[in-house]
Design a protein. Structure first.
Length: 233
């Protein structure tokens, strides 16, 4: 249902602001004087580096690595707004969850067919999605560190500082193979890329609630839910 949507792999870095500086000797000799900057300095103080062209990874997906970069697919035009590069491990023993990054992305020029499909998962009006929307994308891996069969229900909830609580099981619209099977049969590692429509893209803080682990044979709980919080840059 969402195959064409996976043609965009999304990540970003904060854009660099170029700041000009004056001649060192001249600055030292006139440190006690208030001087207007030269015209060239004024331009550099306000100059923002344009994002470079996005690259394609080894899987053929477009990776946006700078704020302002965009990529187009059949679903629409995606622009990266914010990111938190996490690279931290959450222990949901015996599952080790490594969060790569959390992103806020805006989609415009939305394909009507995609909007119609998405409306059922996002519980939103098709017309609103047609006009464009924003979403949170969370990329992480999960690894069973034992030889035992382990049941784990990955990302259960996403909570933003804008008062939104999102059901991670029901509202994830970027479904991958890892989402289809909750069982880790022995020492297995899975990759996840979850995406959730948000009503307000002005997000500064995100809380992630990861599900509990159970023994895959007895279904006894091993580790309870684990919650982590991050501030987006």
């Amino acid at each position: 249902m969402f195959k064409y949507w996976k043609s965009i792999g999304i990540s970003l870095l904060l854009a660099t602001i170029l700041v000009g500086c004056g001649d060192a000797e001249n600055s030292s000799a006139n440190s006690d004087k208030d001087e207007e900057p030269k015209q060239s300095d004024q331009e550099s103080l306000n100059q923002k580096e344009e994002p470079s062209e996005p690259k394609t990874n080894e899987d053929g997906n477009i990776e946006l690595l700078e704020v302002g970069q965009t990529a187009e697919s059949q679903a629409g035009k995606a622009e990266l707004l914010k990111i938190k590069k996490v690279n931290e491990t959450v222990d949901v023993a015996p599952i080790n969850v490594t969060i790569q990054d959390i992103k806020v992305i805006k989609l415009t020029e939305v394909d009507p067919a995609f909007a119609e499909e998405l409306s059922y998962m996002a519980d939103a009006n098709i017309s609103n999605l047609d006009e464009g929307f924003s979403y949170i994308q969370v990329q992480y891996t999960a690894e069973n560190t034992t030889e035992e069969n382990i049941e784990w229900y990955d990302l259960m909830n996403v909570v933003t500082d804008q008062g939104e609580q999102i059901d991670g099981q029901m509202k994830d619209f970027l479904v991958t193979d890892s989402d289809m099977e909750s069982m880790f049969i022995g020492e297995v590692k899975k990759e996840f890329q979850d995406a959730f429509v948000v009503k307000n893209a002005d997000i500064n803080e995100v809380k992630l609630v990861f599900g509990y682990t159970m023994n895959g044979d007895s279904y006894e709980t091993i580790t309870e839910k684990q919650t982590v919080e991050y501030t987006l840059e």
